[in-house]
Design a protein around this ligand. Structure first.
Ligand code: AMP
Length: 399
């Protein structure tokens, strides 16, 4: 179903436009923002709307304040960073609604921006509460969702509010996310290669089952590879294995074989004697993982093999690290794959979360086609689910 985008809405001048952004960015102990991709991602939409002369009311969540006002989770640092990126002063509201917020909004001129406080300061946000949505909407005339990363949640500022504000649209970040996703999954140029990594099979089972029906090659690394290797009869020592999913892992591999999907697992790995950055470690083949040792990264032969699978790829989609990349000793596999993805002649799409930070740490973020801002939302799209935040926009567009 079609979605209307903000540049399809005419005459924004002096209109009150509510934009749901996702400024849930990482901060250090002192509250300094350590990574601002999500804020930067929403800038084109905000810029466009203020250039049209509208009054912009921004809303976001940050962290998990669990329905209570906690100073630690204020939106103030995020609004300051947005102000720096836009070269414009952002007025930080003291709350999400109430007399002081009303006063701030009533005093706005076209082209100005007010940032509401953290919407998760109220329990109504996560409960998708209509009354809270009404308080947030506060007479706004146009609603824009540019918060892809939270669009898999039916929350008040994402879902309920779309039933209150009369005109609904998506922002440009959302458009990018949907466009690249479509490019990869709806109309992919083939060969289409999916690379999956991360800790467990269980977290990505639905994704795997979906992908095996769609892609030409599947590459599996990270902790999840060891359930598959055990399913093939290898002894994997103390590596991460979900025994209850061994049968499922076999079924996935059988399905891949029946469909002619080539299925790649690591051929070697870096094993350690403890799950610690300073643990003793060495490289071995997957056939020779010693009893009592755990594999925490793919080895160099696997890195070469996985890079080789990308040689003829036209579309690549990657979610999940190849090893415990947070520890230097087990980061090489992930970084070397990031390098290979960055260098391949294909549309390359990186699922958010850990893969996003791995690609940035490896310094190849400028070489991939698209890095999604959403971890959970991206995975749900891969699972074939429709996102409540997107669905809400589709329904309105139909009217
Ligand atoms: P996920 O959220 O499922 O994508 O998992 C990401 C996490 O998987 C990262 O924190 C990695 O440290 C972890 N991980 C990757 N490879 C392994 C492995 N071989 N053993 C244990 N954990 C792993």
């Amino acid at each position: 179903m079609p979605i209307r985008y903000i540049d399809q809405i005419k005459d924004l001048k002096d209109k009150k436009v509510f934009i749901r952004v996702d400024f849930n960015v990482p901060q250090d102990d002192k509250g300094n923002i350590t990574e601002d991709t999500r804020i930067a991602g929403a800038v084109p939409t905000i810029k466009y709307v203020i250039e049209q002369g509208a009054k912009v009311i921004l809303a976001s969540h940050l962290g998990r304040p669990k329905g209570e006002k906690k100073a630690k989770y204020t939106m103030a640092p995020a609004s300051r960073r947005l102000g720096e990126l836009l070269g414009k002063k952002i007025k930080q509201a003291p709350d999400c609604f109430g007399p002081e917020v009303d006063k701030l909004i009533a005093g706005m001129k076209g082209g100005e921006i007010v940032m509401l406080e953290n919407v998760r300061f109220y329990p109504g946000e996560e409960k998708n509460d209509a009354a809270f949505a009404e308080q947030l909407a506060n007479g706004c005339e146009i609603y824009v969702n540019d918060a892809f990363a939270v669009s898999h949640r039916a929350h008040a500022s994402v879902e309920a509010i779309t039933k209150i504000i009369p005109v609904i649209a998506a922002g440009f970040l959302m458009r990018n996310e949907m466009t690249f996703f479509d490019k990869a999954m709806t109309n992919p140029v083939r060969p289409l290669v999916a690379i999956l990594g991360g800790a467990k099979v269980s977290g990505k089972l639905e994704v795997l089952e979906k992908l095996v029906n769609k892609v030409d090659k599947i590459v599996i690394g990270g902790g999840m590879a060891f359930t598959f290797l055990k399913a093939m009869g290898y002894s994997v020592g103390k590596s991460l294995v979900e025994d209850d999913l061994i049968v499922t892992a076999k079924k996935v591999m059988d399905k891949a074989q029946k469909r002619g999907v080539t299925f790649y697992l690591p051929v070697d790995c870096v094993v350690a004697n403890a799950f610690e950055a300073t643990a003793t470690n060495f490289i071995t083949t997957v056939q020779e993982i010693p009893e009592g040792w755990m594999a925490l990264d793919i080895g160099p032969a696997s890195a070469t093999l996985f890079a080789e699978t990308l040689r003829d790829a036209k579309t690549v989609i990657w979610n999940g690290p190849m090893g415990v990349f947070e520890m230097d000793a087990f980061a090489r596999g992930t970084f070397s794959l990031a390098e290979a993805v960055g260098n391949c002649y294909a549309t390359t799409i990186i699922g958010g979360g850990d893969t996003d930070s791995a690609v940035r740490k490896a310094g190849v973020d400028g070489k991939v086609s698209y890095i999604s801002t959403g971890g959970g939302a991206f995975l749900e799209l891969l699972e074939g689910k429709s996102l409540p935040g997107v669905k809400a926009l589709e329904i309105k567009a139909k009217k």
